[in-house]
Ligand binder design. Structure first.
Ligand code: AP5
Length: 184
């Protein structure tokens, strides 16, 4: 199973991705975590992306595309995975498609978790991560809305997209995703 989770920042992609990792033994690919780790380690990339992430702006496509491509190089190349926060732009989707084609791995599912802006603002303010202040959250939501329609159109055309409401109990949302995946 090779799965992309799409949805507003704070819709629960990370929460649901981790449940799917536990249940289905998938590799977790979360670009937000990779970038935060680069910032924590003070790498060159970390220093470049920190001011963008603090402001809720997207990191340049080539940076995240390189980070993801790197994961597929070498022996630990994931064959079953779930992505959280990638791709986030049409250019990233095209780059990811090309990478997977090269690796003879096609995407099996794309799940769009649907939720309102107001609900995610409430959730993220309650979570309190460093980039979870109201101005940054609103900017992240704007970035999402600018890109999401083209991503949804792209994956609808590919015939792999399913929408799942992301409100209610975490376990119920998980069960709905598992059902949509046709997994046990
Ligand atoms: P990233 O780390 O990907 O953050 P995000 O997309 O903003 O998403 P979040 O992690 O905030 O939310 P989530 O949907 O995972 O929800 P979660 O499970 O945590 O990206 C951060 C930044 O990195 C970006 O702004 C950008 O700058 C950069 N970046 C990353 N990837 C990039 C890319 N591909 N291209 C360019 N830039 C990139 O849940 C949120 C909260 O809600 C939690 O407290 C959780 O406990 C709670 N919750 C979850 N489910 C429920 C539920 N059902 N009911 C109630 N509460 C719930």
């Amino acid at each position: 199973m090779r799965l992309v989770l799409l949805g507003l920042p704070g819709c629960g992609k990370g929460t649901q991705a981790r449940l799917l990792v536990e249940r289905l033994g998938l590799t977790y690919i979360g670009t937000g975590d990779i970038l935060r780790d680069a910032i924590a380690r003070g790498t060159e990339m970390g220093r470049e992306v920190a001011p963008l992430m603090e402001r809720g702006l997207l990191v340049p496509d080539h940076r995240v595309n390189d980070v993801v491509a790197e994961l597929f190089r070498g022996e630990s190349r994931p064959e079953k995975f779930v992505t959280d926060g990638y791709p986030r732009t049409y250019a990233q989707a095209i780059s990811f498609d090309a990478l997977l084609r090269l690796e003879h791995l096609d995407l099996t599912h794309v799940i769009l978790l649907t939720i309102s802006d107001d609900e995610v603002v409430r959730r993220m303010l309650a979570r309190g991560r460093e980039d979870d202040n109201e101005d940054t959250i609103r900017r992240r939501l704007n970035e999402f809305h600018k890109n999401n329609d083209t991503l949804v159109e792209h994956y609808t055309r590919c015939g792999v997209l399913r929408e799942i409401p992301a409100v209610g109990a975490v376990e119920d949302i998980h069960a709905n995703i598992v059902r949509a995946l046709g997994a046990k």
